[in-house]
Design a protein around this ligand. Structure first.
Ligand SMILES: Nc1nc2c(ncn2[C@@H]2O[C@H](COP(=O)(O)OP(=O)(O)OP(=O)(O)O)[C@@H](O)[C@H]2O)c(=O)[nH]1
Ligand SMILES: [Mg+2]
Length: 330
């Protein structure tokens, strides 16, 4: 398989090549990933990355679909990545997404892809930034990543976007749920979807109360939508653009992208370290060390030192050790 030849066709808009490269990203073979990212990274950084997150069923996919329609009417091309954190259980939802996005399948300006984290060593944290990078390099004006906001991993994925829309729906204390999951804190724009339902005013009040949690000098606007009819979607898109303009004007876009690059590099490095330690875990050294630790012949920090030294790295500095250990050293 000539990776280079396939990757080369991605920026030219070859959809089959794009689909294939995204499958490679999902499979996560480190050698191939490295080549994909090495070739496409210089071409990325132009797309607007928009995250859409929120509780299951809040209407994220319907909202994405409506936003895609809006952006297409404005002449922008859109790539969509639907990240599915627990694919064995939500196969139905993915099928539903495909049906919802059906209206765009024949549009060469739209590309929709679901990304399952199943089987991937680093899970969402490694595959998603790479997939976003690929879609970005493919030349889409806007790249949307839809994630179910149910836990820390999803919050991190939401933080991959330039602008994150947190969607809630009236009733069921959805805003409070979102607050508990920590997803309100990543919101740049709030969307109260299903605003056709009773309780939208109350949800708006709850959100306003929680706006205090928002980061610093940007007050996330609260936008009501009925994604299924398209009501409020133009205003939501405007709010997304407004946030983007603020990011650029305030210099925050560069800051955000540097922070993202940092976590991306760290993820890759940690993944490599973990993979190395994984090899060690199969071997005799770790077993032998574990037996000695269990027998109280060695403390766990001293054992970890031996692991690190075996990998040609510095042993833990005394300051990394618990205070009780250090007291014993003096
Ligand atoms: N009444 C009403 N129903 C809506 C609205 N938006 C979406 N729905 C419906 O809500 C259901 C869930 O919508 P989805 O778009 O699949 O929600 P989701 O958040 O993507 O769901 P998951 O990806 O499974 O977490 C569907 O039956 C939609 O038709 C809305 O504004 N009002
Ligand atoms: Mg969905």
């Amino acid at each position: 398989m000539d990776v280079a030849a396939v990757v080369e066709r991605v920026p030219a808009g070859d959809r089959r090549a794009l689909a294939r490269v995204l499958t490679w990203v999902e499979d996560g073979s480190p050698r191939r990933l490295r080549e994909v990212v090495g070739r496409l990274h210089p071409l990325s950084g132009r797309a607007r990355l928009v995250g859409i997150t929120g509780s299951p069923g809040v209407g994220k996919s319907t909202l994405t679909n409506a936003l895609v329609r809006h952006w297409r009417a404005a002449g922008r091309t859109v790539g969509v990545l639907a990240v599915d954190p627990s694919s064995p259980f939500t196969g139905g939802a993915l099928l539903g997404d495909r049906v919802r996005m059906q209206e765009h399948v024949l549009d060469p300006g739209v590309f929709v892809r679901s990304l399952a984290s199943r089987g991937h060593l680093g899970g969402l944290s490694v595959a998603t930034p790479q997939a976003l990078l690929v879609l970005d390099a493919a030349g889409f004006d806007v790249v949307v990543v839809e994630t179910v906001g149910v836990g820390q991993a999803e919050v991190e994925v939401a933080a991959l976007a330039d602008t994150t829309v947190v969607a809630v729906a009236p009733g069921m204390g959805d805003a409070i749920q979102a607050a508990k999951a920590g997803i309100l804190e990543v919101a740049d724009v709030f969307c109260i979807n299903k605003a056709d339902r009773e309780g939208a005013d109350r949800t708006a009040r709850e959100l306003r109360d929680m706006q205090a949690l928002a980061h610093g000098d940007w007050l996330p606007p609260i936008q009501r939508t009925v994604a299924s009819t398209g009501e409020g979607v133009a205003a939501l898109a405007e709010a997304v653009d407004g946030h983007r303009a603020w990011l650029t004007g305030s210099g925050r876009l560069a800051q955000r992208r540097t922070a993202r690059a940092l976590s991306h590099v760290r993820e890759i490095a940690l993944e490599a370290l973990r993979a190395g330690l994984g090899d060690l875990g199969e071997g005799a050294l770790l077993d032998a060390l574990a037996q000695r630790v269990a027998a109280r012949e060695l403390d766990p920090y001293a054992a970890a030192d031996q692991v690190l030294v075996t990998f040609g790295r510095q042993p833990l500095r005394p300051s990394d050790r618990p205070t009780s250990d250090r007291a014993g050293e003096g």
